[in-house]
Design a protein around this ligand. Sequence first.
Ligand SMILES: CC(C)(COP(=O)(O)OP(=O)(O)OC[C@H]1O[C@@H](n2cnc3c(N)ncnc32)[C@H](O)[C@@H]1OP(=O)(O)O)[C@@H](O)C(=O)NCCC(=O)NCCS
Length: 435
Amino acid sequence: MSNYVKFFRDTSPYINMHRGKTFVLMLPGECVGATNFSHIIHDIALLNNLGIKIVLVHGARPQIDEKLAQRQLESSFNNHTRITDTDTMACVKDAVGCTAISIEALLSMSMANSPMQGSRLRVIRGNFITAKPLGVRGGVDFHHTGEVRRIDRAGIRRQLDEGSIVLLSPLGYSPTGEAFNLSSADVATQAAIALEAQKLICFSGQTGILDADKTLVKSINMTEVQNWLGKLKDQPPLHDALRAGYDACLNGVSRSHIISYTEDGALLQELFTREGSGTLLSHDGGEQLRQATIDDVGGVLELISPLEESGALVKRSRELLETEISRFQVIVHPEGMVIACAALYPFAGSDAGELACVVTHPDFHNRGLAARLLQSLENQANADFGLKRLFVLTTQASHWFKEQGFRESSLAELPAEKAALYNLQRNSRILVKPI
Ligand SMILES: CC(C)(COP(=O)(O)OP(=O)(O)OC[C@H]1O[C@@H](n2cnc3c(N)ncnc32)[C@H](O)[C@@H]1OP(=O)(O)O)[C@@H](O)C(=O)NCCC(=O)NCCS
């Protein structure tokens, strides 16, 4: 099968899942200036064409710094928040306006000579954000620095429903007619919450959150966030991205992601592959092991059918699987995909059972998923069925089972009922484990 066909089949469940959903994308000013930004814009166009409702929130910190430098001005910060005096505010308006116009221009024009050639995007900006001043805090007057007071949810929804992309700048207006300089993280978080978005996706200069030995942390559980925020306090951009994701998830957004703006394709990889590309923050923090239900039949079939075709597993029809699904336990990816499964069949009138259909999706091998399932099924075999031995018949994974405490067995050891059904042609190894 060509890679193309496989790619398309693997991607289609995600296309289905994301269609009609609302994603808020936070683009820091550094991202807008990055060489990869034109690719990101094309990918955003692609998402829009796939029916995803997109709100872009851009930042402008380096652009503001540049304007200040041109005018030989310096602004001061308190706890990483800019104090926006009147001169600084003029630079903020200038920089934010220019940045928004560049993004609009890219979204309008750069589809020629790109994979999205011929597609027409509509980008909408407006006074969607009501702001209020930060005021005086700890004796420090923040002047024109503000925070989000309200998001015009209905106004944005209307635009999204018409297929437009909504672009929000880190500026808001007060009912008294003043403009305020806002943090893009605040705007993105509040927009995601107000719009009940499915995702808040924050672009960062790194692949995602990295641990002490620089390996990517693929997923973070809500209960681990405080710990991570402490570790990231010397990296304000990542800290702010995680904080934004956390606040959004606390207030109804399903998942938040931190992905790279320098790596070409990171956005698509995060959204359309099982593995993703960056760090995912979700309520369950990762894969969930649970009893399978009738709704998992499709997912289990998708997982096991390549192995049935290759002969590693005995073929099961959908009908058979439907009747036997209660024997299965599954591990489900945070995005809803079944990524591992295993089944337990107690033998009638015996203290033994059979473990079957132990499969982990190839993208998730060597992460201990099959071992987790085995442990869980062993517990179930023991506690629920009072079993003392577990058999497994395998053609290709006998070494894996031996490492899990199984030993070679034989047809003679199998309960008679099962031995009678043994398929000599498959010549499977018979292994057993006392539990
Ligand atoms: C066997 C299988 C379920 C293991 O899944 P998994 O989630 O990757 O397993 P774990 O993470 O718990 O264990 C990984 C370890 O087992 C090893 N391993 C995986 N498959 C193995 C095999 N067939 N033979 C020997 N060792 C194997 C890995 O190298 C790894 O060891 P390491 O960490 O020392 O390198 C998976 O490879 C699979 O789906 N195989 C095809 C289906 C199959 O044959 N199932 C058995 C029939 S019921």
